[in-house]
Design a protein around this ligand. Structure first.
Ligand SMILES: NC(=O)c1ccc[n+]([C@@H]2O[C@H](COP(=O)([O-])OP(=O)(O)OC[C@H]3O[C@@H](n4cnc5c(N)ncnc54)[C@H](OP(=O)(O)O)[C@@H]3O)[C@@H](O)[C@H]2O)c1
Length: 323
């Protein structure tokens, strides 16, 4: 099969190539998927670059151990592992896979969900990681209820665009922050208010928010606490940071500070829960959420797509089409 193989850490163009390799074999609790589309995430850029360096303790010090890239997937089940009972050959699914930038990839049967019939593979592949962060941040971490005020910083990106739509569905009043060119997109996906970060600083405004989900993390915690309501929640959510430890320092500082202040500081890691993928599929099928596809490119152009997402200004999601 054709697959993107990562043979080094570095710039996307140098770190990977399109090669002919053997199809993977699913383990007992996995399925083999014929990949139709694969979503690109900031995590793919991070793994490509091998940054922050601390992650190399897990993925390989000098070069990546696993070689495969890509996790978001939409595809058709080609084979099932011995203990898999919830899926059959021919089922169309979307979710989290191992090595989805390829013609075939394996996935845990519990980390994929049925693809809604009315949803294209391309749109389904755009949902998993970004949609899961948005849903889990609003519902489980922020515990948002109708009428509350939510500010999404970095609202036009992959996670931000789903967050705006899901927060609206939950009845929140949503403020989206992005650069000038993306403000119309924010209004189109339902934001009640928009702030252009090139002109205005949301931490200097008079409005208070019950939840701030911050994909940029350019302000200090104190600055952002200044625009939280009395029991408001801040989710610092950018993985970008120093070369060695990335965002780890910011996360540790937030955790240490949290018990001593009235506000909730809650950095978190999203999980590929099947029931949440089902929820996202239902929201997509109902038209409540729609993936904004910035660009869809063929498998051979994966390196360019990863570099684009890594630059941090995607408008919605970037997707690899594999057919
Ligand atoms: N918690 C988790 O489990 C988890 C999971 C996945 C990813 N993440 C993290 O989430 C972050 C965002 O991911 P994503 O996929 O949404 O990224 P993305 O698609 O690249 O979106 C980033 C957004 O940030 C905006 N932005 C850039 N500079 C900004 C600034 N100074 N102020 C305000 N907004 C700014 C961009 O808007 P403009 O184009 O208008 O500048 C863009 O819309 C990543 O850093 C990643 O590490 C966390």
């Amino acid at each position: 099969m054709k697959a993107i193989v990562q043979h080094a850490y570095g710039s996307a163009g140098d770190a990977m190539s399109l090669r002919e390799i053997n199809k993977p074999t699913p383990k007992d609790d996995e399925v083999l998927l014929r990949v139709h589309a694969a979503g690109v995430n900031w995590a793919d850029w991070s793994l490509t670059a091998g940054r922050p360096y601390v992650m190399r303790l897990i993925y390989g010090f000098r070069k990546p151990r696993q070689g495969s890239l890509g996790s978001d997937v939409a595809g058709t089940v080609e084979a099932v592992g011995n203990t898999v009972t919830n899926l059959q050959v021919g089922d169309e699914v979307f979710g989290a896979a191992k090595g989805s930038f390829a013609e075939y990839a394996t996935a845990k049967a519990k980390q994929v969900a049925p693809k809604p019939a009315g949803l294209s593979f391309e749109h389904a592949a755009a949902i998993p990681m970004a949609g899961l962060v948005a849903l889990q941040a609003l519902r489980d971490v922020g515990k948002i209820s109708a009428g509350q005020k939510v500010l999404v910083n970095g609202a036009s990106g992959g996670i931000g665009s789903f967050t705006v739509q899901i927060a609206k569905e939950m009845g929140a009043e949503v403020t989206g922050v992005a650069s000038t060119a993306n403000l119309d997109m924010l209004r189109a996906i339902g934001a009640d208010h928009v702030i252009d970060y090139t002109q205005d600083d949301f931490t200097q405004g008079t409005e208070k928010y019950d939840l701030i989900l911050d994909m940029a993390d350019k302000h200090s915690i104190a600055e952002r606490r200044g625009v939280l309501t009395a029991n408001g929640t801040l989710i610092p959510n950018s993985g970008v940071g120093g070369a060695w430890f990335g965002s780890v320092g910011r996360i540790v500082r937030a955790k240490l500070l949290s018990p001593f202040i009235k506000h909730n500081l809650k950095p978190f890691l999203s999980l590929p829960k099947q029931e949440d993928l089902v929820t996202l599929g239902e929201l997509a099928e109902a038209g409540t959420i729609t993936a904004t596809i910035d660009r869809a490119v063929p498998l051979a152009d994966t390196a360019t797509a990863i570099a684009y997402v890594g630059a941090g200004h995607a408008k919605g999601k970037t997707v690899i089409t594999v057919d």
